[in-house]
Design a protein around this ligand. Sequence first.
Ligand code: NI
Ligand code: MN
Length: 228
Amino acid sequence: MRTELTWLGHACWQLRTAERTILIDPFLDESPTAPVRAADIEADVILVTHGHFDHIADAAPIAKRTGATVIANFEIAQWLTNVHGVTATVGMNLGGSYDLGGVRVTMVPAWHSSQLPDGSYGGNPGGFVLQLGDKRLYFAGDTALFSDMQLFARGGLDLAVLPIGDLFTMGIEDSIQAIRWLAPKQVAPSHYGTWPPIAVDAGQWAAAVRRETSAEPIVVEPGGKFLV
Ligand code: NI
Ligand code: MN
């Protein structure tokens, strides 16, 4: 099964398979680099890694318009229902998996924080490992480098999506160590270039990936697509 990935800027990704359109960390209308508006995006599943506005800002409006099911940690799922009236949610927690039918979603730890935009408690931040047919994809979410990350590579990874923007997450240097541990076939950078504080040179990152790891770096502009 082939999956088409589109980078929608910042940490927002859209995955299309024959059966599903999965949106990760929807942040479009207030993102300076998003190539589409929230009103124009399609999704039948929305994954949210943590509560920060640059990951959840458009989750409720898109879920309500499209009827998409939102999968997030229990606290965020509850907040989306109670505060925003999102009815289709799946609340989970670290280490748990949920079977979407053809897609298995596992929530894994991330080292970060997770306060919601209105100050509510947003539970623990996470990442997602997705089993899509015979492909395994790891979306790290916002995180520091941590050595347990290598456990998520058990069974092999076809793709890792890692933050590289530094300041709020790991930067280029730590992402290289993460890639060595994860040993994915392909790796794509995320959470960079949106604003000046997280501006990094993705070309420099890709060169370091090629020089120091065996993974293939995939760098696209916002709106750019590739296949896994
Ligand atoms: Ni964050
Ligand atoms: Mn963030």
